[in-house]
Design a protein around this ligand. Sequence first.
Ligand code: NAD
Ligand code: UFG
Length: 361
Amino acid sequence: MDKYSKMSKSIKSKKISSNSTILVTGGTGYIGSHTIVSLIAAGYDPVIVDNLSNSKVSVLKRIAKIAGKKPPFYKIDIRNQKALDGVFQKHRISSVIHFAGLKAVGESVACPINYYENNIGGSLSLFSVMADRGVKNIIFSSSASIYGEPSVIPIKEGTMPAPTNPYARSKLIIEQILQDIYIGDPVWRMVILRYFNPVGAHESGLMGEDPQGIPNNLMPYITQVAVGRRKRINVFGDDYPTSDGTGVRDYIHVMDLAEGHTAALKKIVKMTLIKSKQKPLIVNLGTGRGYTVKEMIQTFAEISGKKIPYRITKRRPGDIATCYADTAMAQKILGWKAQRNLSDMCADAWRWQSQNPKGYV
Ligand code: NAD
Ligand code: UFG
């Protein structure tokens, strides 16, 4: 028994068959859980694998409440190939959406080995099991952070990647591994999605972002200040070359992002029907519009009716001034475009946080 085996649930051998069965790694996490709801709404049957290192099993009840169905869940570390293989034996998986990974930039600088081991090691383990089982359709969660400090804005997919930290490098390395797998076996169908800044929550207020400890990201920090869990926000620098000096990012509603995955799945199915080579697709998922930190704080305060105290502090190392997506590729290739605006993002994030001040319990 390897070191991860004790985490895995025993999987009985009876095979469950369905051609709409999608394996979702990291499916109890923030983006994964919202995507599960979208998948069920679109008629898919997701199966979740997650080691719960950054999520809680109680999200499954919320998913069931919203979607009317509780997907099968396996508490498995994706580095445990044997346990993962058991899931492929039990379910007739047609495609995989691969979210599982560690995502905190600062932590990746402090603990690069963990990041490479978990993100790259986990992905290799998954790809290996997929190859053995002949499941060769994958959608992979990459990140806009692989672009580093872009010289041209909005950022197109063809921009030369220049990651500045181990987290972003791990994502780029996985993208490159996927490209190599495709070269070796062009039967694979791949969509690599580079997310910009996901925020917001399901409109029901039942599901949202629930970071462990002090939030690294702006939006969950704002919502925790609004709900009284934190005193004020530190705004990391107001001397950037932007309209008010604070950093500009492309915030995208998590449900828009989730729907981007169902669009990518439909694309994968079309790609599968074509027998000739179908190169891996790389697509940005963003809105194409940037907002400053001050604009985010102000809009959230207006929508929630709460005071959001903040103070300007020094820049956070590694931060860039401005980052937003060119979204033409997503529209052209996936027929997908973000539908929700900044007010929706703030209103939904606030509904989630105010109804669940301590997150999932
Ligand atoms: P999250 O931490 O909420 O979800 C990731 C899930 O993966 C968690 O539930 C965690 O328990 C699980 N996990 C981690 N390592 C695992 C392993 N070895 N085996 C099994 N499960 C494992 O993060 P998220 O915000 O939902 O992000 C999902 C994906 O999207 C990640 O790959 C992340 O890097 C990527 N991404 C996120 C953002 C963002 O700002 N949230 C931006 C760009 C890309
Ligand atoms: N910021 C603050 N105070 C905070 C947190 C953030 O002022 O407490 C500022 C940052 O300086 C930046 C903006 O808010 O200008 C957004 O910062 P986030 O930490 O929310 O997001 P990042 O753009 O730094 O990075 C996020 C994810 C990455 C992902 C990237 C994709 O953390 O994993 O978006 O664009 F890759």
